[in-house]
Ligand binder design. Structure first.
Ligand SMILES: [Zn+2]
Ligand SMILES: [Zn+2]
Length: 139
């Protein structure tokens, strides 16, 4: 049985009540006290702390070289180390790469066409392909 649209049973004047309003799609009003409860909760809660914790996980994690002291920038990762899913994979078929992807194939290279995400990865991809130039056979 759905409670959507039912106001009866809402715990007015609290965040819980406000969530019930949202869930039940019953508008919260000043009269029932739920809007005031939300304001109070926003005032007393510390979303900044929560956000900085997430930022620490992001910046402090594997995405940044530790103790470099330099400006955080875009890290150049060797293909395979790129966190982007599918970066460096062999390009199958002749279809155009998706938006933001670069298809790298250097003529004469033994490396098959690969897909890299645009930017540093594609640059590294070209360099790799150039390193794997097929040596011309004299026979
Ligand atoms: Zn209410
Ligand atoms: Zn990449």
């Amino acid at each position: 049985m759905s409670v959507v649209g039912q106001e009866q049973g809402i715990d007015h004047g609290s965040m819980r009540g406000y969530r019930q309003h949202t869930y039940r799609q019953v508008p919260a009003t000043e009269a029932c006290g739920c809007l005031a409860a939300v304001r109070e909760a926003q005032r007393t809660s510390k979303p900044v702390k929560e956000r900085s914790q997430k930022q620490r996980e992001w910046y402090g994690g594997k995405y940044v070289t530790a103790a470099s002291g330099s400006q955080p920038g875009r890290r150049i990762l060797p293909p395979g180390d790129c966190p982007t899913d599918g970066c460096g994979q062999e390009a199958t078929g002749r279809s155009e790469p998706a938006r933001g992807w670069v298809r790298i194939h250097v003529q004469g290279s033994t490396m098959p066409a690969r897909l890299f995400c645009a930017g540093p990865c594609a640059t590294v991809g070209i360099a790799l392909a150039e390193l794997r130039m097929a040596t011309p056979t004299s026979s």
